[in-house]
Design a protein around this ligand. Structure first.
Ligand code: AMP
Ligand code: MG
Length: 406
């Protein structure tokens, strides 16, 4: 424990310490109908050329362009060919095949004339006078998108709607993705009462767990368990010890400040946890605590104030968990302040904002400061928060700041 940072660290250092200590939870093979929102942990390569044949892209007739160039306008129908059927060869220079979008180009044909540009009479098709087809038009050439074996998706890709479609041309109905950790979100505090249960006059609704599990679920960490524990060191020690044995990640809220009933840091250290840091130069969320269990499991203890706990979850915990899955991440977007902001303490300031888009495409962050870090109702209608660095007193309108979405 000699090298444990006891000093208050800044935001970037806290984020880096967390990222440096999360290890990931392996991989799992899932059917593609369970892959949406997961992080791909293999490369996906093309099972065939794409398109796998010269593909017709218009309903019409397939002709040989040299016949048109030699003056032929009327073609004899050799048959009709839909998508998925075997190609019907052209019989001679002046024959054509009625062809549908998605069909393979008939042997001998090299050009498609759209159905809107022809008139049909029985077994003949006549090209509209004055219409000049370009040789090779309306044909999507074999392998022009990619050849067999091309890398379509790389490891680390988040599997969204386009990627699910792309998986199908990899040819496998199952895929290797990051295994999600088992996470328990633990609210601590004797005053907390679950929604639906009767409230005494000095009790309050337990809300943090709901915001945290919602933020986690929107990043693909579904099914996180919510637990409530009292401010009782013996109970905390017993229950947290049990949860540490069963779960991969613990996220606590409350009980990490300087109050007489703030037992969480002491109990975690009694359980043999390595303290990585406690307290970050930020508002809200100064008392943030992060440690690692003897068997390497991360434990986050967030301040109990509802705004603080959600800000810390979104700023530190969620991005670190996503990165630990092996996800290819991009930096958070940068937005411009929509108003002047003054902030005196020498702390990084996480300021809730609503995003507004100007007609010229600028994204403005309109500040929606909360009354206190307990005032979570003020977050309604906000999109997230901006990070305003320490050491600056005045942030003018137009100031560029990193934005974190709830
Ligand atoms: P603490 O960090 O335990 O000192 O809590 C700080 C403030 O946040 C207190 O007013 C608590 O009642 C409140 N608080 C703590 N946990 C929760 C929770 N899960 N839901 C709502 N408020 C909470
Ligand atoms: Mg408390």
């Amino acid at each position: 424990m000699a090298d444990t940072p006891r000093r208050r660290i800044d935001v970037a250092e806290a984020a880096a310490l967390i990222r440096g200590r999360l290890r990931g939870w392996g991989t799992v093979r899932v059917p593609i109908d369970a892959a949406q929102g997961e992080i791909l942990r293999q490369a996906v390569t093309a099972e065939r050329d794409q398109p796998p044949f010269d593909r017709v892209t218009m309903d019409g007739i397939a002709i040989r362009h040299s016949a048109f160039a030699a003056g032929t306008l009327t073609f004899q129908m050799a048959g009709t060919q839909g998508a998925g059927s075997a190609p019907l060869p052209l019989q001679d220079e002046t024959s054509c095949v009625a062809i549908m979008t998605g069909a393979a180009l008939p042997p001998g044909a090299d050009t498609v004339v759209p159905v809107e540009r022809i008139t049909r009479e029985g077994q003949t098709a006549r090209i509209e006078p004055g219409y000049v087809p370009v040789a090779g038009q309306f044909i999507h050439r074999r392998a022009s998108d990619h050849p067999l074996g091309a890398t379509l998706l790389s490891s680390g890709t988040l599997l969204g709607p386009p990627e699910l479609a792309i998986l199908t041309v990899g040819g496998s109905a199952t895929v290797e993705v990051a295994r999600r950790p088992a996470i328990t979100v633990i609210s601590t505090g004797d005053e907390l009462v679950d929604v639906g249960a009767a409230l005494g006059p000095t009790q309050i609704r337990s809300s943090n767990g709901w915001a945290i599990t919602a933020a986690l679920a929107s990043r693909g960490f579904l099914d996180c368990e919510r637990v409530h524990l009292p401010d009782d060191p013996a109970v905390l020690k017993r229950e947290l010890g049990q949860l540490l044995a069963e779960q991969d990640v613990l996220i606590l809220t409350g009980g990490v400040s300087m109050g007489e009933f703030d037992y969480v840091p002491r109990v975690l250290q009694d359980l043999g946890m390595e303290l990585v840091f406690h307290k970050v130069l930020q508002r809200p969320g100064m008392p943030l605590w992060f440690g690692i269990s003897p068997d390497g499991k991360p434990v986050f203890a967030l301040p109990g104030n509802p705004v603080s706990s959600l800000v810390c979850l979104v700023r530190y915990v969620a991005p670190a968990l996503v990165a630990a899955l092996g996800a290819t991440t991009r930096p958070e977007p940068v937005v411009r302040l929509g108003q002047d902001v003054r902030f005196e303490p020498d702390l990084t300031y996480f300021l809730p904002v609503r995003l507004d888009y100007t007609v010229d495409g600028t994204c403005l962050a309109v500040p929606k400061p909360t009354n206190t870090s307990g005032d979570f109702v003020a977050l309604s209608g906000t999109d997230g928060f901006v990070e305003l660095p320490r050491g600056i007193l005045e942030f003018p309108v137009g100031y560029s700041a990193r934005f974190f979405a709830w």
